[in-house]
Design a protein around this ligand. Sequence first.
Ligand code: RP5
Length: 163
Amino acid sequence: MKLAIVMGSISDKEIAYKVIEILEKFEVKYEVKVISAHRSPELAADFAKCAEKQGIEAIIAIAGKAAHLAGVIAAMTPLPVIGLPVKSSTMDGLDSLLSVVQMPKGVPVATVAINGGENAGLLAVQILSVKYPELREKLKDYKKKMTEDVIKMNKELNEILKK
Ligand code: RP5
């Protein structure tokens, strides 16, 4: 099983780390690289066209501002593409979000929240889990742990309210 993480600029790396943390938790292999749809369009096309042959099963594309990376890649591969919009220095990332989510019909990009690296990673794991049952089991454990954390929060809250 293998995923690819691509980001429009090295300045997106902090968001990429959030994705990587999730993939490592689930022991999913990945490759990660900078590819800009605007500054290196040939690299973007080569990557998208070769991804399937390279054994990549889903792609997470991270980009900000006029964020075309996910859409451009999705246009050139049959693989599922998750778009991760980055909060840019202007417009609070709304520009990135709309650029990623508002794909014209025929070329979907599964879009997560602005800076939502964790959910991009989790969604990628969920996509892979259709093929790999061991990931499905790990996802069940992950959800169980979240519930346990909420129960802990309630205990903590009750302690605070008692004081
Ligand atoms: C996009 O432009 C990148 O994804 C990044 O989020 C944004 C700004 O890039 P830099 O100017 O920091 O390289 O292509």
